[in-house]
Design a protein around this ligand. Structure first.
Ligand code: G3H
Ligand code: 13P
Ligand code: ZN
Length: 340
């Protein structure tokens, strides 16, 4: 019973002051690192796949990798989620592929169009028993296939882009989405803040008041660990002034403000890149990929384990309770991802 929607996870997370980590997967080593960490900590997890990841790795390869993980840890609560889906067609494809959860991101559309496209995606997904995350407000940072703006321009004008609490209520009522990604000062990527890193807690609090019970999602939540930035810069990289969301602020959002899902991609990329750079620089004769991808994967395991603990997401040791809740909800999905 390992694959499930996000519903049992968010039900318990909302009430229990923890959040589920949603980690982007693009290849085998990244997936294995995340899974190993979550299994060691008995933590639920969301594996999320972007349009870019589908294109890069090809869905049938990702399916095989995820199925291998599910078979290795059959007791681990896992949701397979589309990250930043931009069309209802892509949502439909992912439902057919066996995803248990999808995001429809209409945040770059005018409000009415966002409502329209989200409501349509919700209709399709709910008919298939799949949960839906939507987005309202605008995040900073420019990623492949994700609409945003330069993170530092964003920071300077952030008030304009934050999610409007009354609009969030209207949006939730009209679309019936299951969770909402909100703009509260975060940006995608490794350069989130030029000045002091600060989340708009007053805004999250207001959204919680207008939308009680709605699980909130924080995108752009990498903390950009300094140890990885130091390694990258020491061994030939150029990432001066990289800055992420401090872990204590993530922990506060998770514990007090209804944030049930925390999205992390950049930190995985940084861990892998830092370790590969280190091996290349310190062992210039090394050319066996296992000897540089392996240390990268190890760095992902320890970084993710740290995030699952009480000082950040607080999701460790929650797997049994989530499995029990999912069973009570009584709608087991196919045992294997992609199963027809
Ligand atoms: O929010 C975006 C994620 O980091 C995915 O990025 O579209 O480059 O795969 P990607
Ligand atoms: P980061 O760039 O902070 O890791 O955010 C990832 C994300 O929001 C994926 O949707
Ligand atoms: Zn995102």
């Amino acid at each position: 019973m390992p694959l499930m929607t996000t519903k049992p996870m968010f039900d318990l997370a909302y009430a229990g002051g923890f959040a589920v980590g949603a980690f982007n997967v693009n290849n085998m080593e990244i997936t294995q690192g995340i899974i190993e960490a979550c299994a060691a900590e008995k933590s639920p997890l969301i594996l999320q796949i972007s349009k870019g990841a589908r294109k890069y790795a090809k869905m049938n390869y990702l399916t095989a990798i995820i199925n291998a993980a599910v078979a290795e840890y059959p007791w681990l609560p896992i949701a397979i989620h589309l990250d930043h889906g931009d069309t209802v067609d892509l949502v439909d494809t992912c439902i057919k592929d066996g995803f248990t959860s999808v995001m429809i991101d209409g945040s770059h559309h005018p409000y009415d169009e966002n409502v329209h496209v989200t409501a349509e995606a919700v209709k399709h997904a709910h008919a298939a028993g799949v949960t839906v995350e939507a987005e309202l407000g605008m995040l900073g940072g420019i990623e492949e296939d994700v609409v945003g703006m330069d993170a530092h321009d964003y920071e300077a004008n952030v008030e304009k882009f934050l999610t409007d609490p009354d609009q969030a209520k209207d949006f939730w009522q009209k679309t019936k989405c299951d969770s909402l990604a909100v703009a509260i000062g975060t940006s995608h990527g490794a350069f989130k803040f030029k000045h002091e890193a600060k989340l708009a807690f007053d805004r999250i609090e207001k959204i919680m008041k207008t939308c009680p019970g709605l699980p909130l999602v924080m995108h752009g939540s990498s903390s950009v660990p300094q140890e990885f930035i130091d390694l990258v810069n020491k061994y030939g990289g150029q990432m001066p002034n990289a800055k992420g969301v401090p872990e204590d602020q993530i922990n506060m959002a998770v514990g007090k403000y209804g944030v049930c899902k925390v999205n992390i991609d950049t930190d995985l990329r940084l861990a892998l890149t830092a370790k590969i750079r280190e091996v290349f620089a310190t062992k210039p004769a090394e050319f066996d990929p296992r000897n540089y991808l392996g240390p990268g994967r190890e760095a992902i395991v320890s970084m993710v384990r740290r995030k699952l603990g009480p000082k950040v997401l607080n999701s460790a040791n929650k797997s049994d309770a989530i499995n029990a809740h999912w069973e009570k909800l009584g709608k087991p999905l196919p045992k294997f991802y992609g199963a027809k």
